[in-house]
Design a protein. Structure first.
Length: 274
């Protein structure tokens, strides 16, 4: 049939991708023989509002799913809470896109906000210039564990398999993926991992963080606050993240694809099997 664009195309019948985090979308797939209209989907995007003690703290562009994980992880990694015992009450809005968290204590609202390089314009209250002690960890891994963990991470990205356009991050104990998070924002995935672990009472220290996206300074800072000594990405770190990793004694691995990867800092933690 003739479409509004003046190009003859047919409609492909079939089930479109569906589920949390996916929005229906109709598009025309062009090829040498013309265009084919496909009833498919795209990654869903929305705004999540995080209120702390009744005051709006942040509005986060994110995948509009599991907002409680995202909010708790964000508060933990930004230093507002340490454990769930700091939280008196959590209230989700009817639509699930606003979360109101009440602490067991008063808190001083931060006056300095930093717009990060994260997808969608990330936000952090963290002072990345502040000194931190080098991470003390005896964790070490083999090259095979690094490659296998990245392979598992690639397969764990179910939303990516459906509609693309989404980041995946995973927390691994070196053998299996303990927690898996997906979001349109790569920094959000780390917050989600932390929120999941916080609610499960799971200690994130001495684990490996696998990520599909770029490792920037705020990403490394979040890993540091989680006590994670090894960060692995399918793509590149930034110059600042490498400098911070060297100062904080964190192993950063980039461009992990197949059996090949680059180690930018902390190479002593990666040991070939004797």
């Amino acid at each position: 049939m003739m479409g509004e664009d003046g190009v003859a195309h047919e409609t492909v019948e079939g089930s479109a991708p569906d589920g949390p985090g996916v929005a229906a979308a109709s598009y025309v797939l062009y090829h040498a023989g013309g265009g084919t209209r496909v009833e498919g989907g795209v990654i869903d995007e929305g705004q999540a509002c995080i209120f702390l003690n009744g005051v709006e703290l942040a509005t986060v562009m994110c995948s509009p799913i599991a907002i409680k994980d995202l909010a708790l992880g964000f508060l933990r990694l930004e230093g507002f809470i340490e454990t769930l015992s700091d939280v008196r009450q959590i209230v989700l809005s009817k639509g699930g896109l606003c979360v109101d968290i009440w602490l067991n204590r008063e808190y001083t609202a931060p006056t300095r906000r930093i717009l990060t390089s994260g997808c969608g314009g990330g936000l952090t209250f963290d002072d990345l210039s502040a000194a931190r002690p080098p991470m003390a960890s005896s964790l070490w891994v083999t090259p095979a564990q690094i490659s296998e963990g990245m392979r598992q991470t690639n397969h764990a990205g179910e939303l990516y398999q459906l509609v693309r356009g989404v980041h995946t991050a995973c927390l691994s104990d070196g053998r299996r993926l303990v927690h898996v998070a997906q979001d349109i924002g790569r920094h959000n995935t780390i917050d989600r991992l932390c929120g999941m672990a916080l609610q499960a009472g799971y200690d994130t220290r001495d684990h490996i963080l696998f990520a599909s996206g770029r490792i920037s300074s705020e990403m490394l800072s979040k890993a540091s606050r989680m006590g994670v000594p090894i960060v692995v990405s399918r793509t590149s770190p930034t110059s600042l993240s490498v400098r911070l990793a060297q100062a904080w004694n964190i192993t950063v691995v980039g461009y992990c694809r197949g059996n090949q990867f680059r180690v930018y800092s902390g190479e002593d933690r990666i040991r070939p099997v004797a």
